[in-house]
Every structure is written in C-alpha cells, then in structure tokens.
Write a protein that binds this ligand. Structure first.
Ligand SMILES: [Zn+2]
Length: 267
C-alpha cells in the first residue's frame, strides 16, 4: 500500500480528534509525514503501530476501525494519542526497517551497567545502574518520535501493536512489564481468534520464553520499555504472528485496544 494512500484514507478520521504530524521523512522528493491523532479525555492511552514496516496489521486496524476505538475511549473518558504508522517508508516497501536501512524500533533507551558499559537492552535479570533516553542520532522516525513523547506527561497506559514474522503458525502473545494478572482478560478475549503462544521461546538471540498466558518481559529499549521506565502502569507490545489470518489479527488488536482503554480508565 502506498503511504500516500494510507494518509489520505486515515484523514477521514480527522473529525474524531486533532489529526496532525510531528515531522516527516523525504525520499526522492516524496514526503512521508508522521501521523498523530489526539482525542481528548481525562486519562490517557498511547497507541503506537508500524515500527516494523512488514508488520502491517496494527496500522491497518487503526486505519479501518479508528471510529470504534475513539467511541470506546469516549465512553470511558480516556484520551488517546495514536501514532498509527510509525515507519512510513518501511510500511510502503513492506520492509522491517526504513528505506534508509535504519531500525526505528528498540532504540529509545540506554542502560548503564555497573561496570560503566552502556547497552540498548538488558539480558533477563541483568542489573543496571541507571537508564536514560537516547540522545545520540538514530533512526529518523525514532528521532522525531522521542521529543514528541518527552513533551507529554506519561499516559496511564501504552499499547504498541506489532507482528512476529519469524514464529511459525498462527498465534498471539505480548511483551509486558509488572503485574501480569491485569492482562489476563485481554489474553482470554483473544483465544477465539488465534492460539496463545504459551511457554515457547520467541526470540532467537535472547533465551526468552512466554509464560502460560503468552506473556513475557524484555527490557529491550522499545517504546514499551521506555514507557515502563517512565512509570506507565500498563505497558505492552502485542504480537500476532504474520501467519495468522489478517481478520483474526484485527480482532486480537481490537481486543487489546479495548482492554487498554478499560485499564486507562481505571487508572
Ligand atoms: Zn515488530
């Protein structure tokens, strides 16, 4: 899908809130504006999608059903900050990274380890002295997003929509932080649409396995990790495998978005 078509299609939701941009990429004279939709409310939920351009389900769910999402949010007096398609050139090219071969995901934080070394992520259980927001130049999309995120107080909840192109077969699971029982209702709501990827290793590099509910934790420098460090109580990165039927992925995305609106409303 051409990103210009995505932008044009998404602009039909302009009446739902304040639709704007916070920067743009330019390639061969073509502009790729970074979209943001803001809907006012008492407590805030941030929704992000499309960090990886080949994981198209999240951006498509928001393009298709933004009106439903905003209606739910209004019912609960939840404000939304929605970044529906964070990596426009990757989305247009169906590539994981952007057209300049930069990696927009997992590059928001730095961890200083006890010995003074600095890492972008932590191994499971690894201790660190402090964390800080990355200040050195990185992927253009993330460089535009970070000051945008930093200017607002942390939301109550933050949901990042991804897909997993590596895991074989249909399924869904999620990266979460903190107390996990609050996510179980969302996991249950998805069971009818896709199998839960439970007690399986989902990362080739780091030995990380999901629990029996398909949940796992990884301090990976992602936006989920970033929001957790900033004190966001409900932070998750939802994954559906790209082998999952697109309609099922859509329903899984909506179930988690609905659950996150309820969590944000409860505070
Ligand atoms: Zn991803």
């Amino acid at each position: 899908m051409r990103y210009a078509d995505y932008v044009e299609d998404f602009s039909r939701w302009a009446s739902l809130g304040e639709l704007g941009t916070y920067g743009e990429a330019v390639h061969d004279g073509t502009r790729y504006p970074y979209l943001r939709l803001v809907v006012d409310g008492a407590r805030w939920l941030t929704i992000t999608a499309g960090f990886h351009g080949d994981e198209q389900s999240g951006p498509r769910t928001l393009l298709r059903s933004m009106d439903r999402v905003v209606a739910w949010a209004r019912q609960h007096d939840v404000g939304l900050r929605v970044y529906p398609c964070l990596n426009p050139t990757g989305f247009e090219d169906t590539t994981r990274y952007n057209r300049a071969h930069q990696r927009p995901n997992n590059d928001l934080l730095r961890y200083e380890l006890p010995g003074g070394h600095v890492r972008g992520e932590l191994l499971p259980g690894q201790r660190f002295k402090r964390w800080y927001v990355r200040t050195t130049p990185g992927a253009a999309e993330t460089d535009a997003l970070l000051p945008e995120l930093e200017q607002h107080a942390p939301p109550v909840a933050a949901l990042d929509l991804h897909q997993d192109p590596f895991h074989e077969g249909p399924g869904s699971y999620a990266y979460v932080f903190g107390e996990r029982s609050g996510f179980h209702s969302m996991v249950r709501a998805c069971r009818g649409f896709a199998p839960i990827v439970a007690q399986q290793q989902v990362d080739d590099v780091v030995p990380l396995s999901t629990d029996e509910h398909g949940l796992l934790e990884y301090a990976d420098g992602s936006i989920t990790d970033y929001f957790w460090r900033r004190g966001v109580r409900w932070a998750a990165a939802l994954e559906t495998t790209t082998d999952t039927d697109p309609e099922a992925c859509h329903q899984v995305n909506l179930a988690w978005i609905h659950g996150f609106i309820e969590r944000a409303a409860a505070g």
